[in-house]
Write a protein that binds this ligand. Structure first.
Ligand SMILES: C[S@@+](CC[C@H](N)C(=O)[O-])C[C@H]1O[C@@H](n2cnc3c(N)ncnc32)[C@H](O)[C@@H]1O
Length: 429
């Protein structure tokens, strides 16, 4: 018997029953959200030349780069797939919805925020989008995101892009979002729970993402890998897999964001969902597959007199490339075409995308090596980034900068070799 996925069936002809209680679970509002029935103020902002009102909604100027990345990816999706139906599941003032319509030329955007105090401000922003013909290209709703995604899924009415920009962890929305997405569609998810993603609360990371993570020198990259891994796990439950198009860590917050493409069928590269080991004693770091899990040793264990192992194992999480090189390259081309390069928050958009392209080299293992850690282990001054990178290249290894940590190198050169190189460079000075 052939299994028919709901995604292969045409939209359901049966209307769903209206729910008596629109928000059975209280949504997670920010503590600074306006109290019910508050008269909201008007406060105008401009992003990429688009004026909008934030009223008293939750709005972070620092997320502008994340919105730029989302719009670029969305616009490419429309170009390659011919359609762009977007669910902005937690839209705040609606700036993303507005930008998906105005810049990515979405065919349709559903702007949803559970807080109906934001209605005036969202509507006033959405009305700025010029109408194309008679068709209305957007709708504003105020339901729990979970309910919106579930209802569309039950109607077999799917989105090309679902943007879930929640507070804390998004993990409870992964399943309904994957259900409501077309095959080939994009899922943009966020974690602002830097404390857990940074490895400070292993019990929380297990609860949210099914992964054990603790603090390691490259914890912020681990946070991104755990977020991807969480979606990989949920997708595999449904018989799907996801591919990261880009992964973005922003120290403002901090915020972890990944854009993933949903594909039909199980993960083709099983080795990309596994474990990372880090040795606190020698700084060695390595990815491990499930088959190796039973007998993981650090190379330094062999020379360790006390015999006490110091390798910590994190996972399961995503150990494959953080970005899809071709997609990021197209995003960079589009950003150049739109004149968007060289004006973002923090790292400018051009630098950021170029760094992402460099760090998407499939030969690069997970993690990065911080030059201060190298210096500490070598007992020398921190080597200059440029010199260290060219020495690593000269030794035949791959190396790139990391978009996450300014003083770190992503490389397949082991820590012991980096320490040797740093000592030699120090002697040569
Ligand atoms: C981080 S803000 C969104 C910011 C917005 N995406 C932007 O770029 O400016 C999160 C929003 O989610 C809304 N929210 C919280 N829980 C929700 C839920 N369960 N369903 C829908 N919206 C929710 C909040 O009211 C808040 O506006």
């Amino acid at each position: 018997m052939t299994f028919l996925s709901p995604k292969t069936l045409s939209p359901s002809p049966f209307p769903l029953l209206p729910l008596k209680n629109p928000n059975p679970k209280p949504p997670h509002f920010h503590p600074h959200s306006p109290a019910p029935n508050t008269v909201c103020q008007t406060e105008y902002r401009t992003e990429r030349g688009i004026e909008f009102d934030i009223g008293e909604s939750f709005f972070r100027q620092e997320s502008a780069t994340a919105r730029d990345l989302g719009v670029l990816a969305a616009s490419l999706h429309r170009k390659f797939n011919g359609s762009l139906r977007v669910l902005d599941a937690m839209c705040g003032c609606g700036i993303r919805s507005l930008r998906y319509l105005a810049e990515a030329e979405a065919d349709f955007v559903l702007a949803n925020d559970a807080n109906d105090n934001y209605r005036r401000v969202i509507l006033s922003n959405m009305r700025r989008v010029p109408r194309v013909g008679e068709e209305k290209r957007w709708t504003v709703t105020h339901f729990d995101a979970d309910r919106v995604m579930t209802e569309y899924y039950l109607h077999r009415d799917y989105f090309d892009l679902i943007d879930v920009d929640s507070f804390g962890s998004d993990s409870s929305y992964f399943r309904p979002a994957l259900n409501a997405l077309k095959w080939g569609g994009l899922l943009y998810v966020t974690s602002t729970d830097g404390y857990t993603s940074g490895g400070n609360r292993p019990y929380h990371s297990v609860a949210s993402y099914g992964a054990y993570v603790c603090r390691v020198p490259y914890s912020n990259e681990v946070g991104l890998r755990m977020l991807i891994g969480g979606v990989v796990r949920e997708a595999s439950v449904l018989g799907y897999h996801v591919t990261p198009l880009f992964s973005y860590y922003s120290f403002h917050g901090p915020v972890f964001r990944v854009m993933l493409r949903l594909n039909h069928g199980m993960l083709p590269e099983k080795r990309h969902y596994g474990f990372i080991g880090y040795c606190r004693r020698c700084g060695h770091s390595q990815a491990f597959s499930w088959d190796e899990l039973g007998g993981i040793d650090c190379p330094c264990d062999k020379s360790n007199v006390s015999g006490s192992g110091s390798l910590v194992v994190l996972g399961p999480l995503w150990t494959g490339p953080l970005h899809t090189t071709t997609y990021i390259t197209e995003m960079l081309n589009l950003a150049e075409q739109w004149g968007w390069i060289s004006s973002g928050m923090g790292l400018d958009l051009e630098k950021l995308l170029k760094r992402m392209i460099d760090e998407s080299d499939p030969e690069l293992p997970p993690g990065y090596i911080n030059l201060d850690e190298v210096a500490k282990r070598a007992k020398v001054n921190s080597p200059p980034m440029k010199t260290m990178m060219s020495s690593i290249h000269e030794e035949g290894y791959v190396a790139s900068r990391s978009h996450i940590a300014s003083n770190a190198v992503k490389t397949n050169c082991p820590m012991a070799e980096c320490v040797r190189i740093a000592k030699e460079l120090n002697g040569a000075e």
